[in-house]
Ligand binder design. Structure first.
Ligand SMILES: *Cc1c(COP(=O)(O)O)cnc(C)c1O
Length: 457
């Protein structure tokens, strides 16, 4: 009998050696990205101007079911993978539920989240192509941190445009990125034409993700040895994150367990897409597969209240158009603490899966409710979750309580995407009872969707 490592339930030898490309198995692929000016489907040449060549090819690839993970990337994964799959015994006990609850924990690496899984792959392909550096934007800071670690490993330069108000709210994120050798520029800045024009309009601008994207794109476009990178939403990012689902499935197989319910939080859709990918593959082939629940904040309810339509991925309207669930590119979510879930759009793959019913359910929760779940979880299980991850915890707890009421012994698996060490200001606000369940007002939503409708005239 083979021994199963406790808390990963997967040996190093059993780690996936290839990414799983769900699109090769889908009956219906998502609608293509469109060039922002011509509105024609984006070509490989269009995408190679923005991303490194291999990543541009991955973005369009809907035929290869598996793509080998390069050896150098596998070596890096071995530093922190396989990630733990933890049976939440103490949570089960506290809830007195007959359900079994498991979580796949991606917060154990220094960057603190699942984003490192894609960052290291993106840095590798840039290095392979002989580029000298890459640019990106970061809001809450998790993506920038992950990319800073990845770029230092492959000796690449990294310029991070970080939303100015985030730099002020989370100064330690900036220090961490700089420690790994990245250049962090508060956005809007004087280093780009886009930044200068934003500053002319408002010298005290707090910045936004849209502005930071515009700056990062401009810098990458101006230098043939640089490319731009993005940490979520794109097909290539979901592809890299597929290792999360593959490991989860292999570990459950070792335990001879089958998930009944699979839960993930949804910002741009990368951790959810990665977690559910191979399970959706089973579903398409008619095998037994779990019911899937996507969870988002009430203040940025893209799947639950948005429209399924073509829209820009950024508020500066420079990026290709994607067919996705969106609240409108002009939508600015109210200040909430779940920074990583505050994107107006959603991965086109996740959007299509939800539209076609392969993701059965999406729901949203207010931030007070998710922090209550986060604190409850931290006190039983020990791990301090990121606020984004707490959305999945809330849903897992609610499902476990339903099992209790119905006396059902279901197996619930959720993604615990990150740790909450950089979110202590938000925990402090919750502890002091300063958080409210602010949901998005109908009038604000209607205004943002009206601008989306204008785009389609
Ligand atoms: C960025 C982030 C998310 C949300 O991004 P997705 O692309 O939707 O996965 C969730 N959790 C953590 C910890 C994050 O850093």
């Amino acid at each position: 009998m083979k021994t199963i490592p406790y808390k990963t339930y997967l040996s190093e030898d059993e780690m996936p050696r290839a990414y799983y490309n769900l699109r090769a198995d889908l009956e219906k692929d998502h609608s293509p990205l469109l060039h922002p000016i011509t509105r024609e489907p984006a070509t490989l040449t269009d995408l190679e101007a923005i991303f490194s060549s291999e990543l541009a090819a991955q973005e369009l690839n809907n035929t290869d079911r598996y793509l080998p993970i390069p050896q150098e990337v596998l070596n890096f994964y071995r530093m922190y993978r396989p990630s733990p799959l933890v049976r939440a015994y103490y949570l089960e006990k506290e809830l007195q539920t007959p359900a079994e609850i498991y979580y796949k924990y991606e917060g154990g690496n220094t960057s603190g989240s699942h984003k490192l899984n894609s960052a290291i792959a993106q840095a590798y392909y840039a290095k392979e192509q002989g580029l000298t550096g890459i640019t990106t934007e970061t809001g809450a800071g998790q993506w920038g941190t992950a990319l800073a670690m990845a770029c230092s490993y492959f000796d690449l330069k990294l310029k991070v445009y970080m939303v100015r108000c985030s730099v002020e709210q989370k100064p330690h994120r900036k220090v961490l990125m700089e420690t790994y050798g990245a250049t962090v520029i508060p956005s809007p800045s004087h280093t780009t034409e886009a930044g200068q024009s934003f500053l002319e309009r408002d010298p005290d601008s707090p910045g936004s993700l849209g502005m930071a994207i515009a700056e990062a794109l401009e810098v990458a476009a101006a230098d043939p040895d640089y490319r731009y990178t993005l940490g979520s939403v794109l097909n290539q990012v979901l592809l890299h994150q597929s290792i999360v689902g593959l490991e989860t499935k292999a570990a459950l197989d070792n335990l001879q367990k089958e998930a009944d319910i699979l839960i993930g939080c949804a910002g741009g859709g990368s951790n959810l897409g990665g977690l559910i990918g191979c399970f959706i593959g089973d579903k398409i082939q008619g095998k037994k597969a779990p019911r899937i629940i996507a969870v988002e904040p009430a203040s940025c309810p893209t799947l639950t209240r948005g429209k399924f339509a073509y829209d820009y991925c950024d508020s500066a309207r420079k990026t290709p158009l994607a067919k996705m669930y969106t609240l409108g590119a002009s939508f600015v979510p109210p200040a909430g603490h779940a920074g990583g879930l505050r994107f107006h759009g959603m991965s086109p793959i996740i959007s299509q899966l939800y539209h076609d019913g392969l993701i059965e359910e999406a729901r949203n929760y207010g931030q007070k409710d998710i922090f209550a779940a986060a604190v409850f979880f931290a006190r039983c299980e020990g791990t301090l979750p990121a606020p984004e991850s707490a959305h999945a915890i809330r849903a897992a707890i609610d499902e476990a309580l339903k099992c209790k009421a119905k006396r059902e012994k279901k197996i619930i698996v959720f993604g615990l995407t990150g740790n909450g060490y950089f979110d202590l200001a938000a925990y402090d606000a919750f502890n002091k009872n300063l958080l409210e369940n602010n949901s998005l007002g109908d009038a604000t939503l209607a205004q943002a969707l009206k601008e989306l409708a204008n785009l389609h005239q």
